[in-house]
Design a protein. Structure first.
Length: 79
């Protein structure tokens, strides 16, 4: 594996979206109106950059992956 100019083996790290389940403390910090249309808060996933900047909160893992792809980002699951 080589690392040079924010690229690992030909992957541009700025084009990666990390996807993970939302944490309880993050869920509690959301305004109540943000959850009004959410069917299941336990199914929320966060898309972030490699630096941890939140890009989106999406309901459903599949929807999170699709959102990343629709924005020309490569989705990677983070546990």
């Amino acid at each position: 594996m080589t690392y040079e100019n924010d690229t690992i083996t030909g992957v541009d790290l700025s084009k990666i979206a990390y996807i993970r389940a939302i944490e309880v403390n993050e869920l509690r910090s959301l305004p109540s109106e943000a959850l009004e249309t959410v069917n299941d808060p336990d199914s929320l996933f966060v898309l972030t950059t490699g630096e941890g900047q939140k890009l989106a909160i999406v309901e459903g893992r599949d929807a999170a992956f699709k959102a990343a792809e629709m924005n020309s980002l490569t989705p990677l699951s983070v546990h």
